[in-house]
Structures are given as structure tokens and as C-alpha cells.
Design a protein around this ligand. Structure first.
Ligand SMILES: [Zn+2]
Length: 292
């Protein structure tokens, strides 16, 4: 799954290459890609045609393009993009060969296509109204289906103090809480493991057993590892190619525990351990991150 840094790279690419061009037409090449849009493919295409994308936004792992209003009375709306496991947003010359797994093709009047390519078809688009975020909107609008998604650690309005208090009140393991998108968004399985290793805390520790300072250390580590990944990924796409691929990941080199079972811990040399965690895995150093 793409996590926050990959999604942010895509957002920046879209912001540079897909905005303020009139949408001439939309072709839905596979109905599964719009299954979350209840009114169907023709409705989605009709809502986009003649308009333009006015902004590219992200909160946590969620990505959306706002649509310029046709007339001022109309409610503001957006295209919410689920990248799923393998979704890519490609900005291509309109005459470039079509990717075999292109699911949605938007023709822009600048002579380019915005193509949603998704081999495994877990991803998709839907058009959603923009509504005030809850609980702390600060005047911001979010696509309705993600209105409860909390701010991520890279958000300038991320309220660390408040988030630490919320975490401390949860009767749960710290890793589970880090993955709860209504408490803090954008931290997936990879960054949770990386942040916990950096902070030297095992993911099964009860949040209630952790001091505010320890939680602050974890949040700092999460922000740090995502900023480092972003610094690597942000330079890896060329002018007319906006791309995310949740499988390969362009920042593998910066990982210290995730996917590194058996490799020596960078700090103490102890082999990294992998354990089952819900339907996924947790990776940790058994010495640096002691279980309680
Ligand atoms: Zn270690």
C-alpha cells in the first residue's frame, strides 16, 4: 500500500501537471475503478466534463482533486482517489501508448491525459462533495467519505499535544493506535514499525503505560522517517510522469526494520524479528524494543 510520502509525491506531481486545464472527456475503461461512485461511470464522466481540476490535496494517505465550480450556486466537490495496492496516476501525452491496465482516462485540453492505471483494481475514483472536516475543520473542507480522518504529522495544523492526550486515553497497544486514522492519519504499517524502532518502543506496549515524553518521541520519529522518505521520493519523477507504485517503493533504502527480518539491527546488531500483527506483520529489534 502506498503510504503518506508516496501519496504526497503523487499530489505534488498532479499539482504541477494536472490543474487548471479544461477536462474535455472522461473515459471509464473498467467499471470496477468507479464502483465506489454509486451513480455509475456515466455520471462520474458527466460530472467532470467541461470542468477543471482546481487543486490537489492530501490528508494522511488520502488524495483528492478539487473541481472548479461550474456556477457559484453549485456545492463544491472533488474527485477522491483511492490508490489501492497498485494504483498509479500518470500524466501522459495524449498520443502516448495506452497502458494495458489504464482504468480511467481524462483528456485535458492541454493535449495531455491524466490516466488512472491500476493492475489489481483495488483502487478507484469517486466524486464526493466537500464538507467541513470534523472535529477541527479550521475552515478546511474534506471529501465527505473522509471527513473523520485526522490530521497527519506533516500537517502544519497537527496538534501534537492534543493527539498525545488522545493516545494516552486509549486502552490499546501503541501500534494499533498509530494505525487508527481517526487519531492520527498517514501512519501505515511500514512507518509505524520504523517509528517504533527509532523510538525504541515495542508496538505491543499499552499506550497508557507510556509517558507523554515517550509518545512525543514516537510521533517525532514518525514525522522524521516520513520526511526522509519524501526527500528521496520527491526527486524521482520527471516532468511529465506522475507515478506511485505501492509495491516497489522508492525509499526502501531508508528502512531499518520493515521487511528486514533476520538482518542485524543497526543499533545493536541483534537480528530483527518479524511477528504476525493482525493480518500483517510487525518488525522490531527484540533488544532495543523490549516487550512488556
Ligand atoms: Zn537493536
Amino acid at each position: 500500500m502506498p503510504e503518506l510520502p508516496e501519496v504526497e509525491v503523487v499530489r505534488r506531481g498532479l499539482e504541477s501537471h494536472a490543474l487548471r486545464q479544461q477536462i474535455e472527456s472522461v473515459e471509464v475503461r473498467h467499471p470496477r475503478a468507479v464502483r465506489r461512485h454509486a451513480a455509475g461511470p456515466a455520471d462520474l464522466a458527466g460530472r467532470l466534463a467541461g470542468r477543471a481540476f482546481s487543486g490537489a490535496f492530501r490528508r494522511g494517505k488520502y488524495l483528492w482533486l478539487t473541481l472548479a465550480e461550474k456556477n457559484p450556486d453549485e456545492a463544491a466537490d472533488s474527485v477522491l482517489v483511492h490508490l489501492g495496492m497498485s494504483g498509479q496516476m500518470l500524466v501522459q501525452a495524449a498520443d502516448a501508448p495506452m497502458e494495458p491496465h489504464a482504468r480511467i482516462v481524462v483528456t485535458l485540453d492541454g493535449g495531455t491525459h491524466l490516466r488512472f492505471v491500476d493492475q489489481r483494481t483495488f483502487g478507484g475514483w469517486l466524486v464526493a462533495p466537500l464538507v467541513p472536516a470534523v472535529p477541527d475543520s479550521a475552515g478546511e473542507l474534506l471529501p465527505q467519505p473522509i471527513v473523520h480522518i485526522a490530521r497527519d504529522p506533516l500537517d502544519p495544523l497537527f496538534d501534537e499535544r492534543a493527539v498525545i492526550e488522545v493516545i494516552r486515553r486509549k486502552p490499546s497497544e501503541i501500534k494499533r493506535i498509530l494505525l487508527d486514522q481517526s487519531v492520527i492519519s498517514g501512519v501505515g504499517n511500514i512507518y509505524a514499525d520504523e517509528a517504533l524502532w527509532r523510538a525504541g518502543i515495542h508496538g505491543n506496549r499499552s499506550a497508557r503505560s507510556l509517558s507523554r515524553a515517550k509518545i512525543r518521541t514516537i510521533l517525532f520519529a514518525a514525522r522524521e522517517v516520513m520526511i526522509e522518505a519524501l526527500a528521496q521520493g520527491g526527486t524521482s519523477f520527471d516532468a511529465l510522469y506522475v507515478n506511485v507504485n505501492g509495491q516497489s517503493g522508492f525509499f526502501d533504502r531508508s528502512l531499518r526494520v520493515y521487511g528486514l527480518e533476520g538482518h542485524p539491527c543497526e543499533r545493536c546488531g541483534t537480528p530483527i524479528v518479524r511477528e504476525k500483527f493482525t493480518n500483517r506483520s510487525s518488525h522490531f529489534c527484540p533488544i532495543c524494543q523490549r516487550k512488556r
